[in-house]
Design a protein around this ligand. Structure first.
Ligand SMILES: [Zn+2]
Length: 189
C-alpha cells in the first residue's frame, strides 16, 4: 500500500514528536539524577560542618567531588588552627589538588554548606572549579551572589556554574543551632 504525500508527512511529524518526547524524558531523568547526587554530597558537606561544630567552630563544611567520588573534604578550623585561611573550602581545595596532583580542579563539583566568602570564591576561580553547589546564603559575607558574585563574573577568565539552596534549610539550621548553643552557654556562665 502506497502512502500519500500527506500520510508520509504525518508519519514524519509523528516520529519527530516521539524523538523529542524521548529526549525530553531523558533530560528530565538526567536532571533528577543530578539533583539526587547534589543532595547526597551536600549531606556529606553537612557532616563536615557538624565536625566543625563539635570542636567549637562555626559549622561550615565542604566536599569536592569528581566522577562521583569525594576527593577532598574540609571543615572550618579557623580558631583551632589560629589561621584565617583555615576555611572549609580552602582545606578541601588543598586536599583535592593533592589527590589529583594538579592545581586545576577540572571536572570537579564543590559542595559547601554556606555561600563562600571572598577568599574562598577567589580560590574556586583560581582552581578553575567548573561547578559549585551551595546550601545556605550568607547575606553579610557571601561573595557568590549576596554581596558580590565572584563566581559568575564574565570579566574573569573563568566562570562557575552555581547551584544555590541545596539542603539550604538544613545548612541554615546547623548554623543557627550552633549560635543558639553559644548564647545558651553564655547565659549559663
Ligand atoms: Zn571562606
Amino acid at each position: 500500500m502506497k502512502m500519500t504525500r500527506q500520510e508520509r508527512y504525518e508519519q514524519r511529524q509523528q516520529l519527530k514528536a516521539q524523538r523529542e518526547e524521548a529526549a525530553r524524558i531523558a533530560a528530565e531523568e538526567e536532571k533528577q539524577k543530578q539533583e539526587r547526587q547534589d543532595i547526597r554530597f551536600m549531606r556529606q558537606a553537612i557532616t563536615q560542618a557538624k565536625r566543625a561544630s563539635r570542636i567549637g567552630e562555626v559549622p561550615i563544611g565542604c566536599v569536592i567531588v569528581r566522577d562521583g567520588k569525594v576527593i577532598g573534604r574540609g571543615c572550618n578550623r579557623r580558631n583551632t588552627d589560629r589561621n584565617p585561611l583555615a576555611h572549609a573550602e580552602i582545606t578541601a581545595i588543598r586536599r583535592a589538588s593533592k589527590a589529583l596532583g594538579d592545581w586545576r580542579l577540572e571536572n570537579c563539583t564543590l559542595y559547601v554548606t554556606l555561600e563562600p566568602c571572598q577568599m574562598c570564591a577567589g580560590a574556586i576561580v583560581q582552581a578553575r572549579i567548573p561547578r559549585v553547589v551551595m546550601g545556605a546564603m550568607n547575606p553579610k559575607a557571601g561573595c557568590a551572589g549576596s554581596i558580590v558574585n565572584l563566581l559568575e563574573m564574565k570579566e574573569f577568565n573563568h566562570q562557575v556554574e552555581v547551584v544555590r539552596g541545596v539542603c539550604g534549610q538544613e545548612c541554615s539550621q546547623v548554623l543557627s543551632g550552633f549560635f543558639l548553643g553559644l548564647r545558651k552557654n553564655k547565659e549559663q556562665k
